[in-house]
Write a new protein. Structure first.
Length: 438
């Protein structure tokens, strides 16, 4: 589950909030952070804060924040500023951003903010507070909807402050995977839709990474599913520790995780993904005969493209990483299309994606099928063997190889006992296509 930001104050309540969120616990303090996060996304805001008035009514304390720059975030605010006025007013309100509120408003996106919203939080007892959000554009064209959302989230925050157990089921039910604490696939896709909308509005980069554990079935087969479940939970904890608070972590299914990276281009996403790979291989307790490794595919969203296109690009890069035997991180931007095959599936002129733009040659699916067909009698071929046979760099073969696997032209034939390489042979489907080209 992606994590809301917390101020760096040493206050006991902030320590509780940080500990609860890190543990993935849907208690009242963690609930405050999740409410701030979801308010930001529901309203399309650049950042949001949740504040409470202290007992002396002289300061307003910041309890949780989302997409705010932590290095510039104050831990206490004067009660007579914009937030304090909203507390006195007692109703949600929107106004152009004034000088009193500018000290609050430094979003991680760097966007120029123009408007502010405040919705009072009024529990039956205890400290009152305010949900504060800032926008890079005018949110008033649909004023009634915006105010209704803000008031609704303020009521949730009031309930969360009043009753520590009231929101447990509401915060976690249906959105969070019970084993790993990550978002479920459906919840992750909802977050992805929101982030694409935000990136479209503000012309910000957006990337995602697919992370698939290599040969994880061996762990379940040899040590049992209980141990496998512990490993998956451990992997999720490692990934949460390695991403930023504004990133989103989901469990896409089985042993596959996905990370959504707002305000991040592919180069930066690749750098982060390589760090995550290193964390997986060095911080998880590995069994001597079955070390945990992972393949990672990274892709950047392109303006005007769909959610499905982004996921397909990341999946294509992941498949290319696994085609080499796993344990690698590959970006979709490196898979340059070169004379791509037509919709009729003809392979004679197919020149599949190139891994690097400066390669002199790239292998085609036909080249790959030629090599695999030649070695079928001896059990098949690996991508390394294909590269050697074609006298090409490994990178020049990976994309064509992964395309052949994805389209069902190759099928697994086992593992080489000496090298440990994955071996593949031409499938019945691929054999028919290959014979048609002879």
């Amino acid at each position: 589950m992606d994590q809301p930001q917390n101020t760096r104050d040493g206050d006991h309540r902030l320590k509780l909030l940080e500990a609860a969120v890190d543990a993935g616990e849907p208690d009242a303090t963690a609930g405050l952070g999740l409410i701030v996060r979801d308010l930001t996304r529901a309203l399309g805001a650049e950042m949001a804060l949740l504040t409470v008035r202290d007992d002396a009514r002289e300061y307003v304390e910041v309890l949780a924040a989302w997409r705010a720059r932590l290095d510039a975030l104050p831990t206490h605010l004067p009660a007579n500023g914009f937030v304090g006025r909203a507390l006195e007013f007692g109703q949600p309100a929107i106004e152009p951003l004034d000088s009193d509120a500018h000290g609050l408003c430094q979003p991680v996106s760097g966007a120029e903010l123009t408007h502010a919203l405040a919705a009072p939080i009024k529990p039956l007892s205890g400290a009152s507070g305010v949900l504060f959000a800032a926008f890079a554009g005018d949110p008033t064209p649909d004023l009634s909807r915006t105010l209704w959302f803000a008031e609704s989230y303020a009521r949730l925050a009031s309930l969360c402050l009043q009753d520590r157990d009231a929101l447990d089921c509401l915060l976690s039910g249906g959105r969070v995977d019970g084993l790993t604490g990550c978002l479920t696939q459906a919840a992750f896709l909802d977050e992805l839709r929101r982030e694409i909308g935000r990136s479209t509005r503000h012309q910000r980069p957006l990337s995602c990474s697919f992370i698939d554990l290599d040969h994880f079935k061996r762990v379940n087969d040899r040590y049992g599913h209980l141990h496998g479940s512990r490993v998956l939970a451990g992997i999720a904890s490692v990934l949460r520790a390695g991403i930023r608070s504004e990133d989103t972590l989901g469990r896409y299914g089985g042993d596959e995780f996905v990370v959504l990276l707002p305000d991040t281009d592919e180069a930066a996403a690749l750098e982060l993904s390589r760090r995550l790979h290193a964390m997986i291989t060095t911080t998880i307790i590995n069994l001597p005969n079955d070390p945990i490794d992972a393949s990672i595919g990274v892709a950047q969203w392109r303006p005007g493209s769909t959610l499905q296109a982004l996921l397909a690009s990341a999946d294509e890069a992941l498949l290319a990483a696994k085609a080499t035997g796993g344990g690698k991180t590959i970006g979709a931007g490196a898979l340059r299309l070169h004379d791509a095959p037509g919709e009729d599936g003809q392979l004679a002129s197919a020149r599949l994606p190139r891994i690097t733009s400066d390669l002199a040659h790239a292998a085609s699916v036909r080249d790959v099928l030629d090599v695999c067909a030649h070695f079928d009698a001896s059990g098949g071929a690996s991508v390394e063997l294909a590269a050697w046979e074609l006298d090409l760099e490994l990178a020049a073969v990976i994309a064509a190889w992964s395309r052949a696997i994805k389209d069902g032209w190759l099928e697994p034939s086992g593992t080489d006992p000496d090298s440990g390489e994955e071996m593949w042979r031409v499938s019945d489907h691929g054999r028919h296509l290959h014979e048609d080209q002879q």
